[in-house]
Design a binder for this molecule. Sequence first.
Ligand SMILES: Cc1cc2nc3c(=O)[nH]c(=O)nc-3n(C[C@H](O)[C@H](O)[C@H](O)COP(=O)(O)OP(=O)(O)OC[C@H]3O[C@@H](n4cnc5c(N)ncnc54)[C@H](O)[C@@H]3O)c2cc1C
Length: 411
Amino acid sequence: MAAGAGVALASPAVRAQAAPRVVVIGGGFGGASLARALKREDPGIAVALIEPSGHYTACPLSNAVIAGMREMKAQHFGYAGIEDDGIVHIQQKAVRVEPDQRRVVLADEVRLSYDRLVVAPGIDLNFEAIPGYDEAATQLMPHAWKAGEQTLLLRRQLEAMEDGGLVVISAPANPFRCPPGPYERASLIAHYLKTHKPRSKILILDAKDAFSKQRLFEAGWGALYPGMIEWVGLSFGGAVTGVDAGTRTLRTEFGEHRAAVANIIPPQRAGAIAALAGVADRTGWCPIDPVTFESRLVPDIHVIGDAAIGGAMPKSAFTANAQAKACASAVIALLRGRDPGEPKLINTCYSLLAPDYGISIAGVYTPQNGLLAEVDGAGGTSPLDAPAAVRAEEAAYGEAWFETITTEAFG
Ligand SMILES: Cc1cc2nc3c(=O)[nH]c(=O)nc-3n(C[C@H](O)[C@H](O)[C@H](O)COP(=O)(O)OP(=O)(O)OC[C@H]3O[C@@H](n4cnc5c(N)ncnc54)[C@H](O)[C@@H]3O)c2cc1C
């Protein structure tokens, strides 16, 4: 829907009808799920979703696109279902927030007023973090950490690489979007190389000493891709201290690596609008109250999804969707003068190591001492010694999960 709809939403005539107004910035897993949950639970609330894109490109399963197992169009989702729910989709970028007036400023300078604002812009890449890695360098050393053109570029580079080439993946320190993502990517690239270019190798340079589902990944690599994937942690020189995009060279304190294909996953921070709204702190992320997801820094603004930080929940689409539902309930309670109850949130992250080999990690989170803390003993990972049938089942569960969450958010 065009910006005109947004103007109508903000006009005095509409405001006089006194329907509480919630504006949501960002139509990803967090923002889209939240807008829908609000409308479903309380149809009397006017909800506007600000999202510049006409369709959403999902990251989960995009590693399978890189490995040639899946086509990009399977990652695309439109906003027609959301509009059918009575949510106003304003296809523009939010460029500023005026918290004192409770207004969001759109790219065309139209101002949209809110009673409560939800900020869900996902991540931006931190191009100051690795010397030599800037916007221009992403064309030679793709990050592919926001799905879209970058995903396809990395796939094309792998397809063009000669057999025997070295693929280098650099993984950032915590926190970052999708903790198991770099290792799923290494696995699926290995699957592609094993099938098409079996003399090739993958080197993962990691800025940390441990990673999500590590024992499961390493056991899987041993079984599926023996000798193909090498992981170098922080203590052994894994942190990338600079790159030269022209020669695809990655520097570390321990030496240099020249890659045939280099995938740099740089450190990240909340999407830029979060800082512009004043809800991001010096870490680049947005501290929140774990019960309401209201910003610790600016009242009446809530932050969910990857942009938020507030405890142990990993940054995942599953988390963004769970936080969206909990935040929607809290926002309704606050608007209607009720007490928001304490939420219990679940996250499950599936990872694929091969088309029929899946693993997972699950956790339950609840507010504790001002943070979202993991409930002891409530979660866990796939068993280390599971038979092939269980791995195949988990691969299928992962696909079914993707189907469910994208239908809930966009279908
Ligand atoms: C390779 C990879 C694999 C992954 N696999 C999984 C997985 O298997 N399972 C899982 O749970 N998670 C997975 N994830 C993580 C998941 O994609 C993210 O955690 C999730 O997308 C976060 O949702 P979000 O709503 O916070 O942000 P996003 O989904 O990024 O949505 C943010 C939206 O905000 C919009 N936006 C930004 N700024 C503005 C602005 N100023 N104005 C208006 N709109 C704006 C953007 O256009 C975007 O549409 C994976 C990620 C990657 C990179």
